[in-house]
Design a protein around this ligand. Structure first.
Ligand code: SAM
Length: 228
């Protein structure tokens, strides 16, 4: 069956990714292939290829295509990499990672979003993605270590359990709060320790949970528990 959004998707790849300097051919191929509109609620599908984040329900968003691409590129995904994603959301980022040959583990804290993402991924035959409900700031200890950890929500600091679960030579990509928005950081682990690189400014919904924010924005989880 022909895809009514194929032309819009190609335009997105040209104007939002290539024009901003993303030229990795495997990555561009993955973005050309994955039907992003199917990860959005039916009434919002017509905005699936616009240059920004879109609502997916429960007050959450699917990230801007460029941001999904930048995070994936920064993580230097190679086939066979074990990748942990924190914040399944719509499931779109997981599908892109799977297209690049990664073995994907993804955690979402909101049950309704997880169920919807699982259903979308099932319909599109991404059968090998492991998705579960939970507080991703604690990681997925039974499956660690991971070659890559992608945190797709904005954090006050790097959750310590995630650093512990990163393999030697692994990469962790995380938006960290700085001022009124976030900055994308890439943390690399070597036998000698961790090395952090600062990247582009960005804006994300909050990472909520122990080692993240409290449910009340701008309150850290530990402080929230002490006060409540
Ligand atoms: N990667 C997603 C996609 O491709 O659609 C977009 C993620 S959205 C920007 C951030 C997601 O992180 C939200 O769905 C939110 O519920 C989730 N989230 C926030 N804190 C979390 C936590 N501690 N553990 C797991 N998921 C969390």
């Amino acid at each position: 069956m022909s895809d009514p959004y194929q032309i819009e998707r190609e335009r997105m790849v040209e104007s939002q990714l290539k024009k901003r300097g993303i030229h990795n051919s495997q990555l561009l191929e993955a973005f050309s292939k994955v039907p992003r509109h199917q990860f959005l609620p039916r009434n919002l599908r017509s905005e699936a290829y616009t240059d920004g984040p879109s609502p997916i329900g429960e007050g959450q968003t699917i990230s801007q295509p460029y941001m999904t691409a930048l995070m994936t590129l920064s993580a230097e995904v190679a086939p066979g990499d074990r990748v942990l994603e924190i914040g399944t959301g719509s499931g779109y980022q997981s599908a892109i990672l799977a297209e690049l040959g990664a073995e994907v583990y993804t955690i979402e804290r909101i049950p309704e979003l997880l169920e919807q993402a699982r259903e979308t991924l099932r319909q599109l035959h991404y059968d090998k993605i492991h998705a579960r409900l939970g507080n991703g700031t604690l990681g997925w200890e039974e499956e660690a270590p991971f070659d890559i950890i992608l945190i797709t929500a904005g954090a006050p600091e790097i959750p310590a359990p995630l650093l512990d679960q990163l393999a030697i030579r692994g990469r962790l990509v995380i938006p960290l709060e700085e001022g009124y928005s976030h900055v994308l950081y890439v943390v690399r682990r070597s036998p000698k320790g961790f090395h952090q690189e600062r990247g582009e400014r960005c804006t994300f919904v909050p990472l909520i949970g122990e080692y993240g924010w409290g449910r009340n924005p701008r309150t850290k989880w530990g402080k929230l528990r002490k006060d409540s």
